[in-house]
Design a protein. Sequence first.
Length: 140
Amino acid sequence: MYNFDHQYRVCYGDTDMMGYLYYGHYARMYEIGRVETMRSIGLNYRDMENIHGIMMPVVHVDARYLYPAKYDQLLTIRTILSELPGRLAVFGNEIYNEDHILLHKAEVKLFFVEMASGKKVSCPNYMLERLKPYFENKEV
């Protein structure tokens, strides 16, 4: 399993008239978390697309809104990879406020596409190699 936390402050432009994080912006929070999680292990989307020719379109999102995030709150976007990607990469997302209260949770499923052919492929080996150390059983 691999977790990564990234902080994000809700700015005025993120909110609706009630001062709450607009519900449509949560998908952007997942993306921010996913991009920063990949970057934390030495991977980035730009190289995946420009060098390796692989893109990761979203195929499914399951979201649960528990409490509203509010203007000027410092949020923690926790991104969780519970299993090594195969044909799909499944990212868990949890968003906490400054008081460590869980405000939102979601699961986002993405698949891998070879850009040149447009065909679905399995998770690239270079990505698996970066992730494997976090999923190996460690005996105590």
